[in-house]
Design a protein around this ligand. Structure first.
Ligand code: CUA
Length: 174
């Protein structure tokens, strides 16, 4: 192989190796942020501006009967600490991390949502019957990982408070 060709090959190989490396170490790459598009969010200003400010967290009722739940995972808690959803309704979960990689799981179900800083993880959940689920973090995220747990309460549809627009539900209202 001639040198210019070899050089191109080596450079390409190096770049290809670097892409997964940056994903692993959570290094901020502007190009990747651009490619992620609307799913990107700045982990440092979550509490200050945008979708994940405090009064926008929790359960929001949608006109079609489904609900949207917005949460933040951070060392070492989930915010809000307790989530309230109506039984049988589609739950659109939107969650992001303020720091490390976490994984939100609902004990007794197969749901597991990986939560990464800088990205919004979106998933659809459904809890057909009323009950209480312990939610735990299943990704080692630091010294307090084993204490990172919270709760999800599923109430019968008719017991779910009727939320007005701009209102966000949590267990506190119960
Ligand atoms: Cu968060 Cu482990």
């Amino acid at each position: 192989m001639k040198w210019p060709k070899l050089r191109t090959f080596l450079l390409t190989a190096l770049i290809l190796c670097l892409i997964p490396a940056t994903r692993y170490y959570q290094i901020d790459v502007p190009l990747l942020r651009l490619l992620r598009g609307s799913h990107r969010v700045d982990p440092l200003s979550l509490h200050l501006t945008g979708e994940f400010v405090e009064n926008n967290l929790g359960t929001e009722q949608n006109p079609d009967g489904s609900v949207t739940v917005r949460m933040i995972a951070q060392q070492y808690l989930f915010i809000p600490h307790c989530i309230l959803v109506p039984a049988g309704a589609p739950v659109h979960l939107r969650i992001t991390s303020a720091d490390a990689v976490h994984s939100l799981t609902f004990n007794g179900t197969s749901y597991a949502v990986k939560v990464l800083p800088g990205t919004i993880s979106e998933t659809q959940l459904n809890f057909p019957t009323p009950g209480e689920y312990k939610t735990t973090c299943r990704e080692f995220c630091g010294a307090g990982h084993y204490a990172m747990r919270s709760e999800l309460k599923v109430v019968p549809r008719e017991q779910f408070p009727v939320l007005h627009q701009e209102e966000r539900g949590s267990c506190v209202a119960q």
